[in-house]
Design a protein around this ligand. Structure first.
Ligand code: THU
Length: 134
């Protein structure tokens, strides 16, 4: 079951996914972030002919959040295709970890609907974070 805001976030991730630029992998990903001040930030993967220069949807959404003054990820939804659950890649788990608490919910959607929820801690256990540097 999803709360109203969770449903809205999933719908946003699913709909922004259509704008992804993924001509090489054909694997489109959309992300929606709700920040601590209830603002919504969107991201999509943006690939490049020089393959390693492509960027993930999570990175785009985090960048949008930071650029508009958001500080903390309250809730995040990821939408992707394929037969498997489109959970964030390892690098993106770490990027999310920078701006979220370990209890933050990560909602995973396919191309059209919510599939499964995780805590961030379940996706990146025993993680390294900002406090490690003190
Ligand atoms: N991708 C994301 O945008 N986020 C992830 O967490 C996993 C992978 C993108 C990168 C690439 O453009 C495509 O999906 C295939 O890997």
């Amino acid at each position: 079951m999803l709360t109203k805001i969770e449903k809205r976030l999933c719908q946003s991730a699913i709909s922004v996914r259509q704008n992804a630029y993924a001509p090489y992998s054909k694997f489109k990903v959309g992300v929606a972030i709700l920040d601590d001040t209830e603002n919504l930030h969107l991201g999509v993967n943006v690939e490049n002919a020089a393959y390693p220069q492509g960027t993930c949807a999570e990175a785009g959404a985090i960048s949008a959040m930071i650029a508009s003054g958001g500080k903390q990820i309250k809730l995040i939804a990821v939408s992707g295709g394929g037969l498997e659950l489109c959970t964030p890649c390892g690098g993106c788990r770490q990027k999310i970890r920078e701006f979220a608490s370990l209890q933050t919910t990560v909602l995973i959607c396919d191309e059209e609907k919510f599939e499964e929820r995780f805590t961030l801690e379940a996706l990146i256990p025993a993680s390294f974070g900002p406090k490690n540097l003190f």
